[in-house]
Design a protein around this ligand. Sequence first.
Ligand SMILES: C[S@@+](CC[C@H](N)C(=O)[O-])C[C@H]1O[C@@H](n2cnc3c(N)ncnc32)[C@H](O)[C@@H]1O
Length: 235
Amino acid sequence: MSTTSQMLRQVTPEALDTLGSDDPAAQRSRRDLRRLHVAMRTLSIMTRAIGAEPNHSPLQILELGAGDGSLALRFAHRHASQWPRVSWTLLDRQDSVAESTLQGLRATGWEPIVVVADVFDWLSRNQQCAWDIVVANLFVHHFDGEELRHLLRAVSGVTPLFFCCEPRRNTTALIGSHLVGLIGAGPVTREDAVLSVHAGFRDRELSAHWPSQEGWSLHEYSAGLFSHCLLARRT
Ligand SMILES: C[S@@+](CC[C@H](N)C(=O)[O-])C[C@H]1O[C@@H](n2cnc3c(N)ncnc32)[C@H](O)[C@@H]1O
């Protein structure tokens, strides 16, 4: 196991990204991710970051790399009384949002929209759209260098508020990633968790890829034991 001082950022394709959405191993991994989000306290981290932000309705929210939409559903259960009208677009390359999740979102009064597309293709075709908030969880760490810069540039063109919650790249997170089997994670998640930490962020690495420091307030911080977040707000 490499130590923090040796941990240069390393982005490696993750197993989940190579599996079809109907592959049982992928379905298992998406269930594992739900438990991981509980362990990582992702919902509370999201709530603290954006839960008090917008004060108008309806809200247009875009989630990048939304996976099975289960985090959106938990967020909706927590916030629907405060934000009664939300249109939540779930964008992912894989079509993994179950009908029951969509029904759950609708039952809160929110309107889910599923987009199955590559994030770069889709954002390049939708730069004229405006979203009140763009969020991403365990997604931005898939990208590096010019691709990461390109992603954040495209995001900054369509929203005044961006929040992402990514793996933190440090020794604690690395140890945690080797222990995800203890919460029942299967082989795909056990492998991807370790890769994710190596591809994770620390310090001001996300801010350094944001297209402009001018006209934006950037708050990049560690959250909980395992997460690293960026909250970018247009000033
Ligand atoms: C680690 S999973 C996280 C899923 C979800 N956000 C969560 O936290 O449970 C990363 C997700 O990003 C999606 N993804 C990866 N590359 C993508 C791309 N270029 N465009 C759209 N989605 C992508 C994958 O299909 C996968 O669902």
